[in-house]
Ligand binder design. Structure first.
Ligand SMILES: *Cc1c(COP(=O)(O)O)cnc(C)c1O
Length: 334
């Protein structure tokens, strides 16, 4: 089927080799710089939003409604895209209004999004429907994007990303054996997996969870994939679960919570490679990948591509403090 898309991301994003790590582990370790997609540091979300907004505009909607946590990168990316396209943006945020606006919630606010706070475990979908209902009373037309834009429409952004990677492999004259990424709601993974099925030599696609268990994400991703097949008019009753590889060993203390060793790892990589990961998503996943390389789990792979999905604005005060404490210690040790 034909998919509607608004072209707003800076594409293609570059693929860069991490020289020091590649040398250390005697394999090619590359980064797909999806943190460079633009639209105010929107990372992987802008790829998904190109398709979600494509559908919203086709349906004649004037307001985008979506939801997430206080430090949601997805909400902030949606706010940025709406501002750019001249649409209204309604965010349903799980949590209390913060005392000091920092990171994503600050950026979403100055981008003009209207923020609706609900309790942390409140009914997100009901609230979004309620907002839509209220809008329609005022003669406006809302379009709801689920958390993370992780549905059959948003995931198309990563079908497109996989096509981009295949093209870049040819240009670079190399083949990736595995693609590794962070999993936070599953849409990025689902898109890559979907496109991987129709390429000549499918790759291993390995996701590192930052929140839910491997079983939960396998089931979520399966559901997104079944919807994607349905949307494309392909009758696919079952999906081989063994090809959905989700590692949940590196979640640590839970979603958006950091341990000192995780922050230390991010700082070490920053110093050795000049690349900064975020503490909520990519830092945990990249740490998982490096640990598993050290454990010998990825010995069979010659070239690995890690997708840097962005998230830099998610560094909160606590995490920044942890990072600074670490360098203070270092200084004292000299
Ligand atoms: C949302 C997000 C992810 C996770 O992507 P999903 O498609 O939700 O699994 C990874 N990294 C960053 C920086 C994100 O903001």
């Amino acid at each position: 089927m034909k998919h509607n898309r608004v072209l707003i991301a800076n594409l293609p994003t570059p693929i860069q080799k991490l020289n020091n790590l590649s040398e250390k582990y005697a394999k090619g370790i590359y980064l797909k710089r999806d943190d460079f997609t633009g639209v105010e540091l929107s990372g992987n979300k802008v790829r998904k939003l190109e398709f979600a907004l494509g559908e919203a505009l086709k349906n004649g909607c004037d307001t985008i409604i979506t939801a997430g946590a206080i430090q949601s990168n997805h909400c902030r990316a949606t706010a940025a895209v709406c501002a750019k396209l001249g649409l209204d943006c309604e965010l349903v945020i799980k949590g209390n209004e913060p005392d000091d606006f920092e990171g994503n919630i600050f950026i979403s606010s100055i981008l003009g999004a209207n923020i609706n706070y609900i309790p942390k475990d409140g009914p997100v979908d009901e609230k979004m429907e309620e907002v839509k209902e209220e809008l329609s009373k005022k003669g406006k037309k809302g379009y709801i994007i689920p958390i993370g834009a992780s549905n059959a429409v948003g995931s198309l952004g990563y079908v497109q990303d996989m096509k981009e990677i295949i093209k870049q492999e040819k240009e670079l004259g190399l083949e990736f054996d595995a693609i590794i990424l962070t999993v936070g709601s599953g849409g990025t993974y689902a898109g890559l997996w979907y496109a991987n099925q129709s390429i000549e030599k499918p790759k291993d696609i390995i996701g590192f969870s930052v929140s839910d268990s491997s079983e939960e994400f396998t089931s979520d991703i399966k559901n997104i994939l079944l919807d994607m097949y349905k949307r494309d008019g392909v009758s696919q009753e079952e999906i081989d679960e063994s090809s959905i590889i989700i590692n949940d060993d590196y979640i640590g203390d839970g979603y958006a919570l950091s341990r000192p060793e995780e922050i230390e790892f991010i700082c070490d990589i920053a110093k050795s490679e000049g690349v900064i990961f975020d503490p909520v998503y990519t830092g945990k996943a990249f740490r998982g990948m490096v640990s598993d390389i050290e454990n010998g789990k990825f010995n069979e792979y010659k070239n690995i591509l890690f997708i840097h999905t962005g998230g830099l604005l998610g560094w909160t005060k606590n995490q920044r403090k942890m990072a600074m404490n670490k360098s203070n210690l270092k200084l004292r040790n000299y």
